[in-house]
Design a protein around this ligand. Structure first.
Ligand code: ZN
Length: 295
């Protein structure tokens, strides 16, 4: 199987998967329980979700390890299971996709706010990322995905941790931005350009954005990334911003709308396109059709 970076460097576009948590809830995960607990309790559910996205045309499968850094697992007294939780997630996806898709090891925020905003010590947070990433890499992921980061400094620690574990593995780093009067900014006030420069400086191979915005704003964010870098860009948008309908959260953007916005992302040269909160197999199927039609 050609490596993901080889494919990107020859200009190919790769379709990512959609939300995992909502699919696990359909398979019994209760609101409030850590999704990563399923890696220990019900790995067959992870396998089913990966199979579903593979059938929808996704070629990058994210592991259910967003919250599987030891610092974050500590909140649920699962820190001691860090290695098992990460390994079981990778193994479940591998059973479902074999070598037909890349496995992307998800690494989310640590749950501590870095100093001076909180009391998170950089050394402690780095060590936590390193332990998780080491477990993911030993289990055989094809890439590391540092995602949904709102503090650029923390994302930089995660990218560097991946580089400490192995200099070779492809590292994708995607930030979550908020629209403000000063343009799109991270929670800590970094612009798209500032974030891109910091992530690339830390050694990321792919940069971009996931979560926090619907596809319309993601197109603007992608354009900003493209203005600053020729590095491959990844965009995994939400199906809009959730609205409450009869006390249920609903994400309003349809697969057709995402497909239309995918056209624009392709125009800009975005090379990894997938979904985040509120997206499901139908959204990924629509993205897949758009990408294939363009080939
Ligand atoms: Zn999301």
């Amino acid at each position: 199987m050609e490596s993901i970076l080889e494919r990107l460097h020859r200009g190919d576009v790769i379709v990512g998967d959609g939300a995992i948590g909502t699919e696990l809830m359909k398979r019994g995960l209760r609101q409030g329980d850590p999704p990563e607990s399923y890696n220990l309790l019900k790995p067959e559910a992870l396998e089913q979700v990966a199979a579903l996205y593979l059938a929808s045309g996704a070629e990058i499968m994210t592991t259910n390890t967003f919250g599987a850094s030891p610092l974050r697992l500590r909140q649920f007294c699962l820190e001691k299971d860090t290695e098992a939780i990460n390994r079981l997630a990778v193994e479940a996806v591998r059973r479902a996709v074999s070598r037909k898709a890349y496995i992307s090891g998800s690494v989310g925020p640590s749950a501590l706010l870095l100093r001076p905003r909180g009391d998170g010590e950089p050394a402690e947070i780095s060590a936590s990322f390193e332990r998780q990433i080491r477990a993911l890499v030993s289990a055989g992921v094809d890439m590391i995905c540092v995602e949904t980061m709102t503090d650029t400094a923390e994302a930089v620690l995660a990218v560097r941790a991946a580089r400490v574990v192995t200099p070779k593995i492809p590292v994708m780093a995607t930030m979550t931005f908020r629209k403000s009067r000063q343009g799109f900014l991270t929670m800590t006030g970094d612009s798209v350009r500032g974030a891109a420069e910091a992530l690339l400086g830390a050694g990321a191979d792919i940069v971009g954005s996931n979560c926090g915005n619907g596809m319309e704003d993601m197109v603007s964010i992608a354009r900003e990334f493209r203005a600053y870098t020729r590095t491959p860009i990844a965009i995994q948008g939400n199906a809009g911003l959730p609205v409450v309908v009869e006390s249920v959260l609903v994400y309003p953007e349809t697969p057709e709308f995402m497909a239309a916005k995918t056209e624009e992302l392709l125009e800009i040269g975005v090379q990894i396109i997938g979904g985040c909160c509120g997206t499901g197999p139908e959204h990924i199927r629509a993205l897949r059709r758009t990408v294939d039609a363009r080939r």
